[in-house]
Design a protein around this ligand. Sequence first.
Ligand SMILES: NC(=O)c1ccc[n+]([C@@H]2O[C@H](COP(=O)([O-])OP(=O)(O)OC[C@H]3O[C@@H](n4cnc5c(N)ncnc54)[C@H](O)[C@@H]3O)[C@@H](O)[C@H]2O)c1
Length: 342
Amino acid sequence: MRPSLLPAGAWREAASSGLMGRVKTRILTKAEIERLVTMEHAVSAVEGAFRAHGAGEALMPAKVYLDLPRYRGDFRAMPTYLEGSAGVKWVNSHPENPERHGLPAVMGVFVLSDPDTAVPLAVMDFTYLTAVRTGAAGAVASKHLARDGAKSLGFVGCGVQARFLLDAHRAVLPGLDLKMADVEPERARRFAAEAGGDAVSIEEACACDIVCTATPSRGPVVERAWVRRGAHVNAMGADAPGKQELDPALLDDGVVVIDEAHQAQSSGEINVPLGQRTLDREHIRGTLGEVLVGSKPGRLSDDEITIFDSTGLAIQDLALARIVYELAREQGIGTELDLVSP
Ligand SMILES: NC(=O)c1ccc[n+]([C@@H]2O[C@H](COP(=O)([O-])OP(=O)(O)OC[C@H]3O[C@@H](n4cnc5c(N)ncnc54)[C@H](O)[C@@H]3O)[C@@H](O)[C@H]2O)c1
């Protein structure tokens, strides 16, 4: 019997009489998750989530921020519902953590729930999966917005996200020539050596058919003149107010596909130019989900510059969490606990 079907107060009686179903919650660590999920899984789950979003089938209340300046950090809660699954990511940003405590600056945990019974099905590490889902979103955007026959992939910013963006692009658009650039050239050289690409100037990386920017920049890094007509740009770095990576003239000369209107306006690549009134809303074509379901057009010509403005959505997280949970159940990975059993 489902606990949620019992009248108030009846659970104690049901539990003692053995009527109450046992509730198991699967705990999954980062190491277990890394073994379970492949980039192919991630891209297909994230693509499905964007489609559901475009079709109006997802529920995604605005991210809640809990600012704690006295601890020099903040927490964010990202709740969402998608086709029979519900969940919330609880993630922080404590930039001084590595120096002050020898801990990562960002740590994420996801709680996956059955929306019918409310049973917490799983609690899992979500630091690694946040990077995976971000890479996957960039690759889904490139798959649907880049020009047919794109041959080269440039990276501006060669940190953690760039590596996941590369893996995800390899899963959907294999065989691209790789160009890596970073404000710290040694980082570009290291990434190029790891991945089999060339370390180049930022200008050269921006001349690729597909360009991924993944920097924490708060001012334009990519100049309009460096990007060729027909290119596709994944602007991944701007995910908080005041962040910006692209010359506003590039947005003016291109079309922007956002991930979600509220987040993009408040914290995505368009947040600064919209605030400064230098971006005409006419350039915002729609959301990636709308493009995927065909309610808004994607690329209209080989000449167009398309820009995907990614802020990172809760539906991407949930899509990955539930596939990880299913794989873990199938393969018997993780630890089952009576976390909430009566
Ligand atoms: N869109 C999303 O869903 C999403 C998800 C996660 C992270 N992010 C954002 O992506 C950005 C990158 O994250 P990360 O984890 O890869 O960071 P990281 O610190 O691992 O890497 C950032 C890289 O950018 C380089 N860089 C900094 N300023 C630069 C500049 N002006 N020009 C060129 N290179 C520059 C750094 O040297 C570094 O190599 C951050 O702003 C992060 O908040 C976005």
